[in-house]
Design a binder for this molecule. Structure first.
Ligand SMILES: [Zn+2]
Length: 130
């Protein structure tokens, strides 16, 4: 389970709609499965089907989380035209078993969270709005 403040879920949706039709992406900081802040990132791919982070922004994001005594506990991105599930490409790029992967579908106004194991099996993680 992951606890995400409603305000942050709204910010993810806003970011996704703002960047539409390009995929929006970013990190959520927090600890012990509780999210406390959102870091909007630039999708350097400028694509509606995949995203990449800017390495410098990534470094700043890690630094910001650490300065709060937290870490980056989730990556989020939007699916402009497809449902909120892990695509083949999302699974291919997901390599961190401790990370949560959040997908917001603009088309369905739906948000889901996933994790992967070392064999790349995907499981859905329940989102508890707080
Ligand atoms: Zn995706």
């Amino acid at each position: 389970m992951i606890s995400i403040p409603k305000k942050i879920i709204e910010k993810i949706a806003e970011h996704a709609k703002r960047d539409y039709p390009i995929e929006a992406c970013g990190y959520l900081t927090g600890k012990d499965g509780v999210v406390s802040d959102i870091i909007k990132m630039t999708n350097t791919d400028k694509s509606n089907e995949h995203f990449s982070f800017d390495p410098n922004e990534q470094f700043q994001a890690v630094k910001y989380a650490r300065s709060r005594g937290e870490s980056l506990i989730a990556v989020y991105h939007s699916h402009p035209e497809t449902p909120a599930r892990m695509s083949k490409e999302d699974i291919r790029l997901a390599n961190d078993v401790n990370m949560k992967y959040i997908i917001y579908s603009v088309k369905d106004d739906d948000i889901k969270c996933f994790s992967i194991d070392k064999d790349k099996n995907v499981s859905e993680v329940k989102i508890a709005p707080v």
